[in-house]
Design a protein around this ligand. Structure first.
Ligand SMILES: O=C[C@H](O)[C@H](O)COP(=O)(O)O
Ligand SMILES: C=C(OP(=O)(O)O)C(=O)O
Length: 351
């Protein structure tokens, strides 16, 4: 018979079921309690008058788990120092959406060599998330592939849907079933409405195709996730964190009947993809907050051990330790300075 399917498929590799991976790399009772507590604390910071600042910070992507652990240990110590005014959540990003093509993250290509050993990537991802939680740091990640959450979402405290997928029905449906607070980025074109529509869709019950814990194709029926909010990340027209942009976003949220809760991504188009500008963006946000703004409840920053980024692909042995292979980041020294500055600047609000 004439072949009519799989004409462009080279190979189909079976993966362990989510249940198998969860039992191979289980979470402990204390991790489960920590995750539940962190999620409800994040919820409080986003949706109530809690004055503490939510800071989602860490590498653009984790490509070297050892350097990632080194970063997490330093962040955990810094987090303890400032926890009275700042809740620090570590960016643990394993799935990278690409504008065209490129390395798609540790889950998709953990050996950094194009072998795409997804089973190893999922294992490494789960182990890394557990290590971060054990340091007392809540975890944040972007959910990109709609199958991945079954393998890792139980270890994630805050989730993001990225600018490239906020408009996608698949991602809005997936978000409607996720258990943690979740931020939708504005579109890459700068559209706020795309994120508003996403928050509304994800808040509703949905039924969609997915896999169950045994890996069987299933209709997933959700309740809707009421804990979704907007993340402003700038867009094709430039940054969108100025007081005028914030007021405009507050108006759009109010018109849509949504809480005025805004998280600002200091990176991406808010810093013209120049990582060293992120502290300036942060200062501009702090100025708005100390002047009385109540809608900006937190920020996101891309930070790593070393500054900037390095070209990839290149031989693994030649990679510089602790330097991003995706978007550029601020280095550890700049990170410490910035976090202490946030802490000091917010002091008057806590008197
Ligand atoms: O944050 C990450 C990047 O901005 C995003 O994955 C797109 O990257 P790319 O434009 O280099 O593909
Ligand atoms: C990909 C990211 O951001 P955005 O979706 O805003 O481009 C990110 O935060 O890693």
């Amino acid at each position: 018979m004439q072949k009519t399917s799989d004409i462009n498929v080279v190979e189909t590799r079976a993966l362990p079921s989510p249940a198998a991976l969860l039992s191979e790399i289980p979470k402990t009772e204390s991790q489960a309690e920590f995750i539940a507590k962190a999620r409800s604390e994040i919820h409080r910071l986003i949706f109530t008058d809690d004055k503490r600042f939510l800071l989602i910070i860490g590498p653009c992507s984790i490509h070297d788990p050892e350097a990632g652990r080194d970063y997490a240990r330093r962040l955990a110590a810094l987090s303890r120092e400032v926890s009275d005014r700042i809740m620090i959540v570590m960016r643990v990003y394993f799935e990278k959406p690409r504008t065209t093509v490129g390395w798609k993250g540790l889950v998709m290509d953990p050996h950094l060599d194009g072998s795409h050993d997804i089973a190893a990537g999922l294992r490494l991802g789960r182990m890394f998330l557990r290590d971060v939680l054990d340091l007392g740091l809540p975890t944040a990640t972007e959910f990109l592939d709609p199958i991945t959450p079954q393998y890792v979402a139980d270890l994630v405290c805050w989730g993001a849907i990225g600018a490239r997928t906020t408009e996608s029905q698949t991602h809005r449906q997936m978000a409607s079933g996720l258990s943690m607070p979740l931020g939708f980025k504005n579109g890459t074109d700068g559209s706020i409405q795309t994120a508003i529509n996403a928050i509304k869709a994800a808040g509703q019950p949905q039924t969609f195709l997915g896999i169950n814990l045994d890996g069987a194709s299933s209709a997933i029926v959700t309740r809707g996730n009421p804990n979704c909010h907007i993340v402003l990340r700038g867009g094709a027209g430039g940054p969108n964190y100025s007081p005028e942009h914030i007021v405009r976003t507050e108006e759009i949220l109010a018109k849509a009947g949504l809480p005025k809760s805004i998280l600002v991504d200091c990176s991406h188009d808010n810093s013209a993809k120049k990582p060293e500008l992120q502290p300036d963006v942060m200062r501009a946000l702090l100025a708005q907050i100390t002047a009385g703004n109540h809608s900006i409840m937190g920020a996101m920053v891309e930070s790593n051990l070393g500054a900037g980024s390095q070209p990839f692909p290149q031989p693994k042995e030649k990679l510089r330790y602790g330097v991003s292979i995706t978007d550029g980041c601020i280095d550890w020294t700049a990170t410490e300075v910035m976090v202490r500055e946030i802490h000091a600047t917010l002091a008057p609000l806590f008197r």
